[in-house]
Design a protein around this ligand. Structure first.
Ligand code: PLP
Ligand code: COI
Length: 334
C-alpha cells in the first residue's frame, strides 16, 4: 500500500477514466494510463467555461477494505450541473461504475486508515470539439481522475482565521448552486487576496444584499448557537453540500441539536459559539475568527476545535472511515 498524501495536492496515479460523447451518444468508458488530454483549442470548455465537476473521497477502512461516501448523491448533483451547463447527462449507475472502476484501478494510492487522508475523486465533464460561436459543444468528455490527499487547510484540525470577500462568487439567480468551473474561477481573486492578507480563506456574502453569510469558496458554512442549535445558511446561490447535509442529519439525530437553515447576518455573530467550514476537501474546518470591514470577530471556540464541532467531526469521519455505523446507507464498500 502506498501512502503519499501531501496535503491537498495532485499526484498522478495509475489510471484515469475517460468516456466520450459524440453524435448524441456516449461511447464506451475506458481506463487510460495518461492523464493528458488532447482537445481542440476551440473547445467550449476552454473559452466559455462549459464544464462541471464533482468531488468525493474513497476511504481505507481499518480492515483494509475501501469505501465510498454518498457517491449516489454526487452522481445526482453532477446530473444537475450537466443539465444547467447544457451538457449530456451521465446516468447515475454509469457515474458510480466509473468512480468504482477508477478507485479500484488506483487502490494502491489510497492512504492508510485515518489521519484524515483519503483518495480524492474528481469526476468532471468538459465541452470539446471545434467551435467558435457561443453554443453548446459538439462533443463532450466525461472523466474521473483521483489523487491521494490529506487536509485541505494545512496542518492539524484547528480553528482558522477567515476574512469576508468584497467580491461575489455567484449571482442571485446564477450558477452558485451548481458545481461549475466558472464559480471557482470567479472566486480566485478573493481567495488569493485573503491568503495574501494572512487568512486561510474568505467567506462570500449573499450577492443581493451583502449582509448575510453564504459560504466559503470551496465549502459550506455552519455555526453552533449559544442555545445549542446547528445553523447553516439557506440561499439559492450556494452549493448544496453533501457534507453539510450529513452534518445536519448527525446534529439532529445523533447530537439532538435543533437544525436551522436560515440567515446568518455578518454583523450579528455574537449568537454563535462555534463556526466551521464543511465540504469533501475541507472535511470540517473550524473557523476561529471572521474579519469584515476591518473588524475581527473572534468566536469563543477560536484556539481549539469547539465541543460540538469536534463531536460532528468525529462522527462524520468515523462514518467515512468505517469506524462508526453508517446511519443512512451512505457507504458503498468496494
Ligand atoms: N461549497 C462549495 C462552493 C464547494 O466547492 C464545495 C465542495 O465540494 C462545498 C460547498 C462542499 O460540498 P460537498 O460537501 O458536497 O463536497
Ligand atoms: C470539494 O470539496 O470536493 C471541492 O470541490 C473543493 C475544491 C474546489 C478544492
Amino acid at each position: 500500500m502506498i501512502s503519499k498524501a501531501k496535503g491537498f495536492t495532485y499526484q498522478k496515479t495509475n489510471m484515469i477514466y475517460i468516456q466520450k460523447w459524440k453524435d448524441g451518444v456516449w461511447g464506451e468508458g475506458k481506463l487510460e494510463t495518461s492523464d493528458q488530454f488532447t482537445i481542440s483549442g476551440m473547445s467550449t470548455s476552454l473559452h466559455y467555461g462549459q464544464e462541471c465537476f464533482e468531488g468525493l473521497k474513497a476511504y481505507r477502512r481499518l480492515d483494509g477494505k475501501i469505501q465510498l461516501f454518498r457517491v449516489k448523491d454526487n452522481a445526482e448533483r453532477f446530473q444537475m450541473s450537466c443539465s444547467y451547463m447544457m451538457m449530456p447527462i451521465i446516468e447515475v449507475d454509469v457515474f458510480i461504475e466509473a468512480v468504482k472502476k477508477t478507485v479500484l484501478a488506483n487502490a494502491d494510492f489510497i492512504p492508510p486508515h485515518g489521519n484524515n487522508e483519503a483518495l480524492y475523486i474528481r469526476p468532471f465533464m468538459i465541452g470539446v470539439g471545434n467551435n467558435l460561436g457561443l453554443r453548446p459543444a459538439p462533443e463532450f468528455i466525461f472523466s474521473v481522475i483521483v489523487s491521494p490527499v490529506g487536509s485541505y487547510f494545512e496542518g492539524e484540525v484547528r480553528p482558522v482565521d477567515m476574512s469576508v470577500s468584497k467580491y461575489d462568487r455567484a449571482a442571485p439567480n446564477g450558477t452558485g448552486h451548481v458545481k461549475v468551473g466558472g464559480n471557482y474561477a470567479a472566486s480566485l481573486i478573493a481567495q488569493v487576496q485573503a491568503r495574501k492578507e494572512g487568512f486561510a480563506d474568505c467567506i462570500f456574502l449573499d450577492p443581493k444584499t451583502h449582509t448575510k453569510i453564504e459560504e466559503v469558496g470551496a465549502a459550506n458554512f455552519f455555526g453552533i448557537t449559544k442555545d445549542k442549535k446547528y445553523i447553516t445558511p439557506k440561499s439559492p446561490s450556494i452549493l448544496n453540500s453533501i457534507t453539510n447535509r450529513s452534518l445536519k442529519y448527525l446534529a439532529k439525530n445523533h447530537l439532538g441539536l435543533e437544525v436551522i437553515e436560515g440567515e446568518i447576518f455578518i454583523d450579528e455573530l455574537d449568537h454563535l459559539i462555534e463556526a466551521g467550514a464543511c465540504g469533501t476537501a475541507a472535511t470540517i474546518t473550524p473557523i476561529g475568527s471572521i474579519t469584515h470591514n476591518g473588524h475581527k470577530h473572534v468566536f469563543p471556540a477560536h484556539d481549539v476545535i469547539g465541543e460540538y464541532t469536534k463531536k460532528l467531526f468525529d462522527l462524520l469521519t468515523g462514518i467515512q472511515f468505517g469506524d462508526v455505523e453508517d446511519p443512512q446507507g451512505w457507504i458503498t464498500i468496494l
